[in-house]
Design a protein around this ligand. Structure first.
Ligand code: FDA
Length: 305
């Protein structure tokens, strides 16, 4: 219930203005976001890499509505990739991209051109791109674009969301040699017709999907902070005899850092998803929806205005 309310608020510009000016906002944002500038992303990346972690950087922003905005997002990724390469951080750093930030909702052709340019820059920098997955209305378009991109940039990664009923079938399609698939639970408000609604159903789907991915020849990227799912993934990775170069765990910046360290010390590859930029509202609201403890803290800040 609370999750639904927060996810609905994530689409409201009125609440966005209220949240942006709330007194405690900066502290909450700082926990989940590296900062607003490219330099902030580089600084945080260097620290994570020094701690033995791999990184996927996300320039915050989604649902752009003009060609100029979409092109500006592309240019920031090109700049970022150049800076990462100059700093000797590629690998172990890659980038995550939301197609809606590149124009997918109003001009799919433009989004394809933009993401192609980013994939080419990533290749020149010696790294890869993963296409984030957004709400279910974009899933087919995103997977179609992935298929096209992989012809020229085979290392391009996809994200599949265990809460979608279709995802088991998508996992079977994508569990092929050379494919990189990030499996997450899913962060958007979705109708029952397309998505499992109970946590238990989503978790069961996640386990079915991770079994498909770990038993196939691709490279699974298991994105979760859920202790039970991590334990199952560690167990199944042993069962399928997967070494640290054959799959990875992924977690969000600022979420369960101690667990990230524990997994690295246990010999696993762990990648941190590191967002930066000024357009943090939608991202922050999805993180709050995942964690009621953060919401109570935030609600007090709003009420005290
Ligand atoms: P769940 O939310 O059930 O949390 C399990 C436990 O983890 C909690 O009990 C708590 O201990 C801890 N935890 C979880 N979230 C927390 C938080 N915000 N603060 C503090 N503790 C927290 N989604 C999507 O739809 N498209 C995408 O492209 C991506 N990409 C992506 C990349 C990466 C690297 C990650 C880790 C996640 C995503 N997601 C995503 C988000 C994903 O779908 C999901 O919403 C979150 O990961 C939360 O789900 P968990 O699996 O962590 O379980």
């Amino acid at each position: 219930m609370l999750r639904s309310v927060i996810l609905a608020a994530s689409r409201s510009t009125r609440i966005e203005r209220l949240v942006e000016t709330a007194p405690f906002t900066r502290d909450v944002v700082r926990r989940f976001v590296a900062g607003t500038a490219t330099d902030d992303a580089l600084r945080a990346t260097r620290q994570l890499v020094a701690d033995g972690l791999a990184v996927s950087i996300d320039h915050l922003g989604e649902d752009t509505v003009t060609g100029e905005q979409a092109t500006a997002v592309r240019d920031e990724y090109l700049n970022l990739l150049g800076r990462l390469a100059d700093a000797g951080l590629t690998p172990p750093t890659e980038v995550s991209v939301k197609l809606s930030a590149l124009g997918q909702r109003f001009d799919e052709r433009l989004a394809k051109e933009n993401v192609r340019a980013i994939c080419a820059a990533a290749e020149a920098a010696g790294t890869t791109v993963t296409l984030d997955m957004e709400d279910h209305t974009t899933t087919d378009s995103t997977l179609d674009i992935l298929t096209e991109l992989r012809k020229d940039f085979p290392g391009t990664g996809a994200v599949l969301q265990a809460y979608l009923r279709r995802t088991e079938a998508d996992c079977r399609d994508l569990a092929t040699a050379g494919s990189r698939v990030r499996l997450c639970k899913g962060a958007y408000k979705e109708p029952e017709s397309v998505a499992y609604q109970s946590a238990q159903e989503v978790d069961k789907s996640y386990v079915r999907c991770l079994n498909i991915l770990l038993s196939g020849p691709g490279y699974p990227m298991l994105a979760t902070h859920d202790p039970r799912l991590i334990a199952i993934a560690e167990d199944r990775s042993r069962w399928f005899d997967r070494g640290p170069d054959e799959f990875e765990f992924q977690m969000l910046y600022g979420v369960r850092p101690d667990e990230q360290t524990r997994l690295v010390e246990a010999g696993h590859t762990v990648r941190v998803y590191l967002p930066y930029g000024t357009d943090w509202y939608g991202y922050l609201m999805r993180r709050l929806a995942e964690r009621p403890a953060n919401v109570a803290f935030f609600a007090r800040a709003l009420v005290s205005r």
